[in-house]
Design a binder for this molecule. Sequence first.
Ligand code: FO1
Length: 316
Amino acid sequence: MDIAALAGGVGASKLLLGLIRIMDPRELTVIVNTGDDIVLDGLSISPDLDIVTYTLAEVVNPETGWGFRDETFRALEQLAVYRGPQWFHLGDRDLATHIHRTAMLRAGKRLSEVANSIREALGVPSTILPMTDQPVPTMIHTSQGRLHFQEYLVERQAEPNIQAISFEGIAGARPAPGVLEALEGARGIVICPSNPLISIGPILAIAGVRETLQRRRSCVVAVCPIVGGKSLKGPSDRMLAQLGHDPSAVGVARMYQDICGTMVIDPVDATQRPAIEELGIDVIVHPTIMRNLEDKELVARRILQFTASEKAGAAR
Ligand code: FO1
């Protein structure tokens, strides 16, 4: 009953936590966006990979959804003594992850090998794959110039108006080992409730990924990250609107029309069902706001019910 999931960071991790609690976690492969990755002070940081890994290891900070639970920031405080406040908050234990990653990469290891070593050390039984081993930084072209995604999101608090988004180096990026195999072999493919532009978009832009999903469309289920015109997490709604997309369930459905046979939308958006079905996408109406563990398990259960169904079976 293998499941492959396409994931960004915090929003995706809520669903992933629900999934591993109701299925054999060894049967889950998570393909993670690495467009958010950034090098700061020489340290290679992979926020979405770490968010997914820390969440599945149940060591994530429950308040922020990123970084470690009960984290301290002594190193950052000392850095502030030398050069003032830092805009990207790296906790003391989190720093160890980035030091480890940077050292492995410098020693010639691939990002997928690093991700696997962190996953293993933290005792996560699911497979966690970066979308690619090559750096593909997401750049946001804004009214205030060209910014790395983290500069746009964290340093500028998503304030500048967006004109375009680019994934630098995407043309030469190959899927990490195991990515296409997981998508080909999975019984069900889940597009997590992540930003379609900057979390799922980069994964779909990796050679072969979109084509594989198109072929397996009937077993692909997306959980809509927009509820009642607002994003479940982060600035997706604003970003979609600024780039001319409709910030609604139908708007997301249009972006996924060729790759997804079924979409889960919140009851708040139930009136959009006919418009989504007109795009040739089946609709499951189910609460998608995941506040607690029970909500997460309920969404996960509904997804597994779909992936076990005849409809999903049509792509096999
Ligand atoms: N998000 C913030 O809003 N502020 C931060 O200072 C910050 C630090 C940070 C450190 C490590 C990490 O793995 C994630 C971190 N995030 C922070 C989250 C991250 O910027 C984004 O949520 C993801 O890139 C989007 O998925």
